[in-house]
Design a protein around this ligand. Structure first.
Ligand code: ADP
Ligand code: MG
Length: 692
């Protein structure tokens, strides 16, 4: 069986995977339009959900229509006015509709056809925008329904040029009518009944053609559950290849001596995280843990403790960072943490001199090096370890799932610790990391201050520069972040780091020591600049988002972000985390001339909270998980109906149901799981991960 069959034209057998052009009423031309919406099969069509519904049940009396709203009005056509040709290409057709409350003018633009179809004396339902025309409200470009037929909730579809909601709705009606009887439900009956979910047939029917609000809400809940459920099962299956037993035992480590060696006392959260990790390392099963902590929460120390434990049990560690700058900085901090214990820390990057690299590789291979730190270069073929026991990736969102798998494959099965400063909302983390345990560093080291954040238009930049100069005069340092590297890229007036640095150096910051840092510099040059900034030789660092992750210069107390609307919120939060790392109070100035409502709301959220999790939730709600990390780095598909931030409550049930089902039938072999298996396979193929 290949799933349900669908009979549309007599003599033609189609199934859900058939091209929509064979659906009655579609055809090859319309099919092309649907392709713009990524709708290719009948399944795609049935799963093309309305983005909204027009409520035609609530009718507004003509006299009560308020400008600025949308309304449904039930009225008879009283009279038609002569057409008014305002200018070439703009003709108005007006009529008066009336109900018991009074009259309302209704205007069509250029739509003679719709206008002429209406009969004087007949009653219709009009739905549209109410605007002010002179002193009186009027309805413009309404949808019109014969009064007898209309009612209920009318679906509004995401569209592309050439399609209308009405047309899409008609096509879907055809498709649904033909397949309803044969639909195979991917949610097995026992789970449906346990979580009180309606059947697929009812759900599809009711999401497109709701009989009432209750049916619609049942349908929505069930379809959201389905989408998350399939995603969850697919991801769990992709990742369930891990061995159940670990050959790497790291036991008997007492962290007290390590804590004693530190210049400060670890926070409670850091101690708890270290405990959780040590218990994983000695458990006999491979660790797979996500350490989540907002910027500045002190993840490095926790990672260093884990490394020390591994090395003292005779294993090596690999620590991977997303950029060379960060790898270099980690090498320095790990060395500082671990030197007192005689652990050798080796930096390995792509840009090292051949001789240095050979030496570093040899030290890794011989086991002389305890902790190797690097970028993706640690994953290249010529790197081999003597005895790798622990792999740590920092700022995980830059590493794809694929890299994690590569690391595991090349080095046996080390324990894995993933560190993320992007405060992934817990719901999303659960989904993305299916089988990862999560530890939160939910406490900042003492003495940290809130970074005061302001949003200003570029016309106030001079004042901001004055503020920065005052900070520099007091011995502090500052960042100025630009969205672009060089002026060749400067389109649409966005500032570049190179040009801005030159202009500031000659103008507002003449006489101050400025520097430029961006990703296109040679690694040695980047290093030199970063070191100069760290040591205070550079006072103002004009840069791009290369400083986004992890850079630690506590003396920097101000950051200016140019064209701030250009950055993702979580990215801005990371950037802002570069200041406020010392005891001085710090500030972040977001410069933006964006007027859009969304942009304003996003920047306002930045000014109002310093809590990375709140910001991430906000970002997730606004942009959806697909865009959350800028690009689809997790390989999560775009959701059709679920919203991971909003559908929090369901997600917990979904996780539970998915776990239960896979425990009973890990390979999805049961007959009543065939439809589910097929759905998961299709999803896994679409996100480019291989199912096992
Ligand atoms: P992140 O979690 O962003 O990687 P880091 O590990 O870079 O944070 O730590 C940020 C700064 O806080 C570093 O300068 C580090 O030395 C310092 N730090 C870490 N833990 C503590 C602590 N318990 N008390 C005081 N300072 C700490
Ligand atoms: Mg860090």
């Amino acid at each position: 069986m290949h799933g349900p069959f669908l009979y549309i034209k007599e003599g033609t057998i189609l199934d859900l995977n058939t091209d929509i052009q064979y659906c009655k009423g579609v055809g090859p031309v319309r099919a092309q339009l649907y392709h713009h919406l990524d709708i290719r099969t009948l399944r795609d069509l049935c799963y093309h959900f309305p983005r909204d519904y027009l409520d035609l049940t609530a009718v507004t009396p003509c006299a009560d229509c308020k400008p600025g709203t949308e309304a449904a009005v039930r009225g008879a056509v009283l009279r038609k006015k002569p057409e008014a040709r305002l200018r070439k290409g703009l003709t108005l057709y007006r009529l008066s509709a009336a109900d018991e409350s009074g009259e309302l003018t209704i205007t069509f633009f250029n739509n003679r056809y719709a206008f002429e179809a209406l009969k004087i004396g007949e009653e219709y339902l009009f739905y549209g925008q109410i605007r002010l025309s002179g002193a009186r409200p009027e309805m413009t470009s309404p949808l019109v329904f014969p009064a007898g037929e209309a009612g209920g909730l009318l679906p509004v579809y995401p569209l592309t040029a050439g399609l209308t909601s009405k047309g899409v709705s008609g096509n879907i009606r055809q498709a649904l009518a033909a397949i309803r009887e044969q639909l195979a439900d991917p949610i097995p009956p026992d789970i449906r009944s346990r979580y009180q979910l309606c059947e697929l047939g009812f759900a599809l029917q009711s999401i497109h053609f709701p009989s009432d609000a209750h049916a619609l809400s049942l349908a929505r809940e069930r379809l959201i559950f389905e989408e998350l459920f399939i995603l969850s099962i697919a991801l769990r299956r992709v990742r369930s290849e891990r061995k159940k037993e670990s050959p790497v035992r790291i036991c008997g480590f007492q962290p007290e001596a390590f804590y004693q060696s530190l210049p400060f006392s670890p926070t409670g959260a850091q101690r708890r995280a270290v405990e959780a990790i040590l218990s994983d390392l000695s458990s006999g099963t491979p660790m797979n843990r996500l350490l989540q902590g907002d910027v500045g929460s002190g993840k490095t120390l926790v990672a260093a403790a884990a490394c020390l434990a591994a090395v003292q049990s005779g294993y090596q560690c690999a620590v991977m960072a997303p950029t060379e700058i960060l790898a270099g900085q980690h090498a320095a901090s790990f060395a500082a943490f671990l030197k007192p214990f005689g652990v050798q820390v080796t930096l390995l990057t792509g840009s090292m001199k051949a001789k240095d690299r050979r030496q570093a590789l040899a030290a890794l291979q011989s086991g002389e090096t305890g902790v190797a730190i690097g970028t993706h270069a640690l994953l290249t073929a010529d790197v081999s370890f003597q005895n790798l026991g622990l792999a740590i990736t920092d700022e995980q969102h830059r590493f794809g799932v694929r890299q994690r798998v590569m690391l595991r494959e090349k080095s046996g099965d080390p324990h894995i610790l993933v560190m993320s400063a992007t405060p992934i909302p817990r719901t999303l983390a659960l989904m993305i990391y299916g089988d990862l345990d999560v530890t939160l560093l939910d406490e900042l080291p003492p003495g940290r201050q809130r970074v005061e954040t302001y949003c200003i238009p570029s016309s106030k930049l001079e004042r901001a520069y004055g503020f920065v100069r005052a900070q520099l005069d007091r011995g502090r340092q500052a960042y100025l972040v630009c969205p672009l590297v060089s002026e060749e890229e400067e389109t649409s007036g966005l500032p570049s780091a190179e040009k801005t640095a030159r202009e500031l150096g000659e103008g507002p910051f003449a006489g101050y020591r400025t520097g430029v840092l961006h990703g296109k510099l040679k690694p040695a040059e980047k290093d030199r600049i970063m070191r100069a900034f760290k040591e205070g030789e550079i006072q103002l660092l004009v840069c791009t988002t290369v400083v986004e992750v992890g850079v630690d210069v506590p003396n920097a107390t101000v950051m200016i972000c140019m064209a701030a609307e250009r950055f993702g919120l979580s990215q801005l939060h990371q950037l802002r985390g570069r200041v406020g790392r010392g005891r001085e109070s710090s500030s972040c100035i977001l410069v933006s001339d964006a007027r859009g409502e969304t942009a304003r709301a996003r920047l306002k959220a930045m000014c109002e909270t310093n809590d990375g999790f709140q910001i991430a939730e906000f970002d997730l709600r606004q942009r959806g998980p697909g865009d959350f990390f800028g690009g689809r780095q997790h390989g999560l598909p775009r959701m059709r109906i679920a919203d991971m931030a909003r559908d929090n409550r369901l997600l917990a049930n979904v996780q539970q149901a998915a776990g239960e089902l896979l425990r009973e039938d890990p390979e999805l072999e049961r007959a009543d799981h065939a439809a589910l298996r097929e759905s998961c396979g299709r999803l896994a193929a679409s996100i480019g991960d291989r199912p096992n």
